[in-house]
Write a protein of this length. Structure first.
Length: 81
């Protein structure tokens, strides 16, 4: 029998690496569960497995940073309004 144990991330902590703050908000599901570095690799939400169309980086103070996922290329960039 194989037993898998996941370490629970603290509130506001990245659920993937548990080393950084969860600052990226996925759209359309609205989950904010991973850090910027981990979000770059993600195509689907870690919690609900819904495909991610946009990623909002909440670290950008006073502005919303939009990270756009484009196909399988993984291109990421911040757009400041």
């Amino acid at each position: 029998m194989l037993l898998v144990v996941f370490s629970a991330a603290k509130a506001g902590e990245c659920m993937m690496c548990t080393e950084a703050a969860a600052v990226v908000l996925f759209q359309p599901c609205g989950h904010q569960i991973v850090c910027h570095e981990c979000s770059v690799r993600m195509k689907k939400c870690f919690l609900c497995h819904q495909p991610i169309s946009n990623k909002l980086d909440r670290r950008v103070t006073g502005m919303r940073g939009l990270i756009t996922f484009r196909g399988g290329k993984g291109a990421v960039g911040a757009l400041h309004n």
